[in-house]
Write a protein that binds this ligand. Structure first.
Ligand code: IPM
Ligand code: MN
Length: 351
């Protein structure tokens, strides 16, 4: 297969972890007879510095022309501490999601047998955890009307959803549930929010199209609690943008390190793969960040192209590196820590 992939390394540790995913993907391509051409493009603070905006049209054109986008991370502390900044790296991410129509963010949480005791939760609570959040990504309070009034002393952000936005996300949830344990949890706040009541009404109306799927409806606050009590109870969860942002960060540490979980953002025409973690500016340029979430994001990309053996080869070599202790400092726990690039090289040699 010939693949044309847009490569958006972004900020902070983005370039370092992306390098490892590229090395691993190229090795997989070589081994299984594929051809990948990578087209780099600017995004985030790096793009602001170069051309004054975080998601330039030239980058959008590269993404649209590609079969998929592999993305590193976005964000820089010099913007976080400046509430008056007119352009922010994160705006680039939101613009990219919207312009590419990436309405469904697929964020899995699973455990690695060799890391079970690195989790902040007890072994018996997390064993067997294998869940997937489908977070709505291009609507809700992130994109609703916002502003200031009363001379700047009152601020508002609005959570708006249309039935159609809920349906297209829920459809992906039902379809995913059909390929797994046929359980779907709709996470909302329907006891308070009107938009959540529309979510519930819409998902309930879709149930009859998927008679084999058992649907549960839970409030977001209860899910936040049950997720750390009994994570293995969950399978596929669907939710709106902000609830999903918060819950998927919570879920991402269950596996033992934030540096492990991959994600995909998909829409009708485009697909983007990225680690769940952020740009980790304190580690930028030090060659210490964990590249595995990005490498596993590349595995999700191969999987979505129907290249399941290739995806499995990546997951297998990642498991092997964890089991044999070829890990970065976040997982080394007193034992020898390897550099980001050393872990990448080890994966390549062992594929
Ligand atoms: C994420 C991030 C982004 C979000 C930020 C950087 C805008 O936290 O991808 O989860 O809130 O969606
Ligand atoms: Mn987030």
């Amino acid at each position: 297969m010939k693949l044309n992939i847009a490569l958006l390394a972004g900020d902070g540790i983005g370039p370092e972890v992306i390098d490892q995913a590229v090395k691993v993907s190229d090795k997989i391509a070589e081994k299984f007879g594929h051809e990948i051409s990578w087209t780099p493009a600017l995004t985030g603070a790096a793009a602001i510095d170069a051309v004054g905006e975080p998601y330039p049209d030239s980058t959008h054109a590269v993404c649209e022309a590609a079969d998929a986008v592999l993305f590193g991370a976005i964000g820089h502390p010099r913007f976080d501490n400046d509430p008056s900044a007119k352009v922010r790296p994160e705006q680039g991410l939101l613009k990219m999601r919207q312009k590419l129509g990436l309405f469904a963010n697929v964020r899995p949480t699973f455990t690695f047998p060799s890391l079970i005791d690195k989790s902040p939760l007890k072994r018996e609570r997390i064993e067997g955890t294998d869940l997937v959040f489908l977070r709505e990504l291009t609507s809700g309070v992130y994109f609703g009307e916002r502003g200031r009034k009363d001379d700047g002393n009152t601020a508002y952000d609005t959570m708006t959803y249309t039935r159609e936005e809920i349906q297209r996300l829920a459809k992906k949830g039902f379809e995913l549930a059909m390929t797994r344990s046929k359980r779907l949890c709709c996470v909302d706040k329907a006891n308070v929010l009107e938009s959540s009541r529309l979510w519930r009404e819409t998902v309930q109306a879709m149930e009859k199209e998927y008679p084999e799927v058992t649907v549960s409806y839970e409030f977001v606050d209860a899910v936040a609690m049950r997720l750390v009590q009994w994570p293995s109870d969950y399978d596929v969860l669907i939710t709106e943008n902000l609830f999903g942002d918060i819950l998927t960060d919570e879920a991402s540490v269950i596996s033992g390190s934030m540096g492990l979980m991959p994600s995909a953002s998909v829409g009708t025409d485009n697909k983007l793969y990225e680690p769940i973690h952020g740009s980790y500016p304190q580690a930028a340029g030090k060659d210490i960040a964990n590249p595995l979430a990005t490498v596993l994001s590349a595995a999700m990309m191969f999987e979505d192209f129907g290249l399941t053996t290739e995806a499995k080869a990546i997951r297998d070599v990642v498991n092997k590196s964890l089991a044999e202790g070829y890990v970065t400092e976040d997982l080394a726990d007193g034992a020898k820590a390897f550099k980001t690039s050393e872990v990448g090289d080890w994966l390549v040699t062992n594929i």
